[in-house]
Every structure is written in structure tokens, then in C-alpha cells.
Design a binder for this molecule. Structure first.
Ligand code: RRO
Length: 297
């Protein structure tokens, strides 16, 4: 009943670990995957990156700020993590790939290692460059097209809420061959430290996630659903079953959970049973009956 097909991936429940949270070691990912339909890794590039110096996160009462700076061990190392995960868990693993660091090379190595899908990250809010913000539509189109020509596993593109027209960019990705859209990455923000009177993060900009961005995620998923027919993984501020159901009604086929899992990984189980309870009381037999219902006039 809680099973859903997303671009050929069978997700049960329709919940995914969002990229950037807990997606670093095979053991942790395997543990989290027990309560989820699939997991997405932290974004990985061709070379190892240290990331920014501390501080890299700042908790707020309504969410979390981060400026990690794309830290990752590089695909040479990460390949082993993917292989190890495949031995520990039967759930699909979506490997997030940094759009600006040899994405074709990294994606094909990830596929060889056993990745079930690739999520192209063109939406980091503070890495700089138009590609990271997904603002260079031509460049995004070219990368998606090139990636599709070499991959045989599904390709998702993770989009930023910080752009003018997210629906149009999603449409461009679909036309270039993307199999699905993940929306949204974090919302671009700035935090000022009261003592130094300067931006807290070295990159000045940071990304806001958590409960505060949920209505923005719903808006983006709603707009994307109007423009594309490929499936959407809705991510942003999912903290309970209500916020997950809202994204599904807006058009998401599955829902990503990120920041909320940093508090308690058992929340995924609660969200799954909450969705099931809602389906029972509203008379839905499958998740697919609920997808995009908010658009029906
Ligand atoms: O690593 C990060 O700082 C980071 C990335 Br790659 C991203 O896509 N989104 C985000 O909020 N932080």
C-alpha cells in the first residue's frame, strides 16, 4: 500500500533519505535505510574535498543553516562505500553527484559500483557559480543530456528554490532526458554573528533547511508538477506525516527527509505510519492515487 514506483525505482515506503544528511558511511546509510524506501548519499565529486572550516552548521529554532562546502572523500573512495552499502541493504541507493566536478566520470564510476540512480546536484546555495545555483539553464541542459547518453540507471536532477522559474528549469531537464526531479535544495541565506558583527560562515552565504522552508518546497513541487510528467521527489522541511502528505498532494511521488533525521532517525517510521493512517481514513488504496491531487479542479 505504501509502495510507489519512481522512475523505475520501487520505493516502500515512499520516503527517501535526502542528500547531505547521514549519507556518508555504508553502515549509517544501511541503518537509516531500514525505515526508508531509498537513501541518497552526500554529494560526491571526482576529487576529495575538505569543505569549509568551522563553523559549518548553525541550528535555529525553526531549522538548520549549513555551509559545509561540499566535503566528500572523492569517487575513488566512495565507490567502496557504495559497494559496501549494497552488501548491507536491499534498498536503492541514489548517488548524489556534484554538477561542477566531472559529473560524467563520477556518475559512471558510481553506476559501475552499483548505484541504483544518480541525483545530479546543480543547486548548492553557496558554492558560487551559476551552475551550483542551477541558474545557467544551457549548462544544466548540456550536462543532463551528456549524462543521459552514458548512463543506464535513472537520472534525477536536484533543483534550487533560489532561481526565478523552477518549473521552467524542470521542464528543460525533462526535455534533456532527466528521469525525475528532486526539489528542493536548501534556501540561500546569510547569518550574522553578533559579536564579530560579520557573516558567521566563511562562504558568507549558507543554506536554510528544516521546518521553515516547507511551504517553499510545496510551492516549488506544485509549480514543477504543472510543467513536467516525470516524477518528483519532494524535499524540504518534512518533519511529520502531515508535511509529507502535503508534498505528495502538491505533486511529489516520494518525499525526502533530511534535517528532521538529525534529531531522531525513528521519525521516518512515524511518518510512514502517519501516511498510511491518513490513506486509510481518506479511502486511498495507493500512494499514486494521492500524487498531485491538489491540482485537480
Ligand atoms: O555541502 C554543502 O555545503 C551543501 C551542498 Br553540496 C548542497 O547541495 N546543499 C547545501 O545546503 N549544502
Amino acid at each position: 500500500m505504501l509502495k510507489v514506483d519512481v522512475a523505475g525505482l520501487e520505493l516502500s515506503p515512499p520516503l527517501v533519505l535526502a542528500s547531505g544528511i547521514l549519507g556518508v558511511t555504508a553502515k549509517i546509510m544501511a541503518r537509516v535505510s531500514e525505515h526508508l524506501g531509498a537513501i541518497t548519499t552526500k554529494s560526491v565529486g571526482a576529487r576529495r574535498r575538505e569543505g569549509y572550516p568551522n563553523p559549518v552548521v548553525c541550528p535555529l529554532p525553526y531549522g538548520l543553516l549549513n555551509a559545509m562546502g561540499l566535503p566528500n572523500p572523492g569517487i575513488d573512495y566512495f565507490e567502496e562505500v557504495i559497494r559496501e552499502f549494497k552488501k548491507l541493504s536491499k534498498k536503492p541507493i541514489i548517488v548524489s553527484v556534484i554538477g561542477s566536478d566531472s559529473p560524467e566520470y563520477v556518475s559512471s564510476r558510481a553506476e559501475e559500483a552499483g548505484a541504483d540512480a544518480i541525483e545530479l546536484n546543480v543547486s548548492c546555495p553557496h558554492a558560487g557559480g551559476l551552475l551550483e545555483l542551477g541558474m545557467d539553464i544551457e549548462q544544466v541542459r548540456r550536462i543532463v543530456r551528456d549524462l543521459k547518453s552514458i548512463l543506464s540507471i535513472p537520472l534525477f536532477v536536484k533543483l534550487s528554490p533560489n532561481i526565478q522559474d523552477i518549473g521552467k528549469l524542470a521542464e528543460t531537464c525533462e526535455k534533456a532526458g532527466a528521469d525525475g526531479i528532486t526539489a528542493i535544495n536548501t534556501v540561500r541565506a546569510v547569518k550574522i554573528d553578533l559579536l564579530s558583527k560579520k557573516p558567521l560562515f566563511k562562504s558568507i552565504y549558507c543554506g536554510l533547511s528544516g521546518a521553515a522552508i516547507h511551504p517553499i518546497a510545496v510551492r516549488c513541487v506544485y509549480e514543477i508538477y504543472e510543467k513536467v510528467s516525470i516524477p518528483i521527489i519532494g524535499v524540504g522541511g518534512v518533519v511529520n506525516w502531515e508535511s509529507a502528505v502535503e508534498l505528495i498532494l502538491a505533486g511529489a511521488s516520494a518525499v525526502g527527509i533530511g534535517t528532521a533525521l538529525t534529531q531522531d532517525i525513528a521519525i521516518a517510521k512515524e511518518i510512514a505510519s502517519g501516511i498510511l493512517e491518513y490513506m486509510r481514513s481518506e479511502g486511498f488504496k495507493s500512494v499514486s492515487e494521492m500524487i498531485g491531487l491538489a491540482h485537480k479542479r
